[in-house]
Design a protein around this ligand. Sequence first.
Ligand SMILES: [Zn+2]
Ligand SMILES: [Zn+2]
Length: 140
Amino acid sequence: MEKHKGKCGCGEVEYEFEGEPINSVFCYCTECQVLTGSDKWFGVWVPVDKLKYTKGTPKKFTRIGDGGHEVIHNFCDHCGTTLCAEITIGNFYSVGVSTLNDNKNYSPNMAIYAASAPQWAVFPEGVPKFDILPPGMGGD
Ligand SMILES: [Zn+2]
Ligand SMILES: [Zn+2]
């Protein structure tokens, strides 16, 4: 099984996961905008049991997401990079593609929370766009 590795900006925290992500998503929610200083977060979804930290331990910040479920941000307390966020309702991590060592070949399958996007947001062409989440994914 192929291993994907990533790390924070300063290298104190490293992680790896096995296998291919179950989804790859541009998220335009307001929390992701603040987190990234950008219009969106690009995350690949990895089941919680497939990802492990191989160096250091991230700090955690928990917020309550839509529907009252916890979203647990995992970040380096030295450089501040957010590596991933655990989406507890789905039992997966949304791993920041920008933190992967080899991040060149990813592309989004969908754009979510498009209704929260600022008017200067950039949407990818030909990628399904949802106001919140696609039907059946917990947002309906
Ligand atoms: Zn760091
Ligand atoms: Zn988001």
